[in-house]
Write a protein that binds this ligand. Structure first.
Ligand code: HSE
Length: 434
């Protein structure tokens, strides 16, 4: 083995950071063999020193002082696992400026400040690994940067949030209400105490912003991605969707066609025979279409201590290999040697075209379906299938339909008319189909 010892400085010993420390220690020998040089966890920073003690880290490794990592010229690779925007951004930029390689799992940081971070890495000739930031243990980033580099990626559909997929799976299998399943998921530790980022779709949007940047070479403003979460999904719609042959999944959706890029996050009807329909529980999956490779599916655990630590340590090994080969920064952040393309303009969602599921709650009277169909026809929306459930002399009944392909702006105009009809009792439920 060469004389060089690759030294890692780890910032943050929480769930994932603790896993990374444990993995680096447990597999030190095999990792060093794979690398051809010793790989050493030299420093681990956490304000709570008890965490390092609980992990059994060697004497002298634990510190509460982040400068012990950032200012130490002997540290080659900084692993940032504290999450959040600040001080994570400042730590990452300091490490890059000091010529250190960086690995991070911080999706919020990259979704918001990726342009700045990748530019800093380029300027200082170092690499940034961020495999763990999207879909946990699934090797998605290196697939997009490397294995699929020959392709123009035209479409990505992702189940990128395990909490939401777990909730929707149980609502589907048990017919249970959203709130009931969410509480069960929290009791089991699947969902965070404050699950807002997950269930409102923002966690998925962060991940989609990173995927969009890898696919196009430019990063969208996070705020420009339309996001709908799963709080409005009901067992009723799950049941009707199933009767039409669909499952409801929270999807990250990216389309990269004819120079226009669409990116959005929302619950979607997935045909039961599509591979994503059978992704159940807390698993993640990403369905990628490339112009030469055709379709690729990546599937696995998108969260959790061990799968996420596995992805982080994979990055550490890659970054260490580049150091040993004398070419840190060999792989550019977004996989393009030309300067990253700055901000990505997304196509406006009102121009998007897809099929739709509507549930109109209407009084069961003659002429109601005709009035709904007229409003749709006036906006060029044609119906593929329709069903009315039940019969009531008083109170509304669900009239459920799937449209042919329609433009989002036409759908909004038609629904404004439909919802204003005196026979329509509540706002129509709308779910897009993939
Ligand atoms: N909270 C995320 C999920 C994992 O439920 O998938 C971290 O990104």
């Amino acid at each position: 083995m060469p004389d060089k010892v690759v030294k890692v400085g780890l910032i943050g010993l929480g769930t994932v950071g603790g896993g990374v420390a444990q993995l680096l220690l447990e597999k030190q020998e095999v990792l060093s063999q794979r690398l051809g040089a010793p790989l050493l966890l030299a420093k681990a920073v956490d304000l709570d020193l008890a965490r390092g003690r609980a992990l059994g880290l060697p004497e002298g490794v634990c510190t509460a002082d982040v400068n012990a990592v950032l200012d130490d010229p002997a540290i080659d690779i900084v692993v940032e696992l504290i999450g959040g925007l600040e001080p994570a951004r400042a730590f990452v930029l300091r490490a890059l400026t000091a010529g250190k390689q960086v690995a991070t799992a911080n999706k919020a940081l990259l979704a918001k400040h990726g342009v700045e971070i990748f530019a800093a890495a380029r300027e200082h000739g170092v690499g940034v690994g961020f495999e763990a930031s999207v879909a946990g243990g699934i090797p998605l980033i290196r697939s997009l940067r490397g294995g699929l580099a020959a392709n123009r990626i035209t479409r990505v559909l992702g189940i990128l949030n395990g909490t939401c997929n777990y909730i929707l799976s149980r609502m589907t299998s048990e017919g249970a209400e959203f709130g009931e399943v969410l509480r069960a998921a929290q009791d089991l530790g699947y969902a965070e105490a404050d699950p807002t980022m997950d269930i409102a779709g923002h966690d998925t949007a962060h991940k989609l912003a990173i995927v969009a940047a890898l696919v196009t070479g430019s990063q969208p403003e996070l705020e420009a991605i339309p996001v709908e979460g799963i709080t409005g999904v009901t067992p009723l719609d799950i049941r009707f969707a199933r009767e039409f042959g669909y499952r409801i999944k929270l999807l990250a959706h990216l389309r990269n066609d004819n120079g226009a890029v669409e990116a959005r996050v929302h619950p979607a009807l997935v045909p039961q025979d599509h591979v994503l329909a059978s992704v159940e529980g807390s698993f993640n999956a990403i369905h990628i279409t490339g112009d030469w490779v055709d379709e690729v599916l990546l599937y696995g655990r998108g969260a959790g201590r061990r799968p996420t630590a596995s992805a982080v340590v994979g990055d550490v090994v890659d970054l260490a290999r580049d150091i040993l080969a004398g070419c840190p920064g060999r792989v550019p952040g977004l996989g393009r040697a030309v300067a990253d393309g700055g901000r990505l303009e997304l196509a406006p969602i009102n121009q998007a075209i897809c099929q739709y599921y509507f549930r109109v709650m209407a009084l069961d009277q003659p002429g109601v379906l005709a009035a709904v169909a007229r409003a749709l026809g006036e906006h060029n929306i044609s119906i593929e299938a329709v069903t009315q459930k039940g019969r009531q002399s008083a109170g509304p009944v669900p009239v459920v339909m799937i449209t042919h392909e329609a433009r989002e702006s036409d759908v909004a105009a038609a629904l404004a008319k439909i919802n204003a009809l005196p026979v329509v009792a509540e706002p129509t439920v709308v779910i897009r189909r993939i």
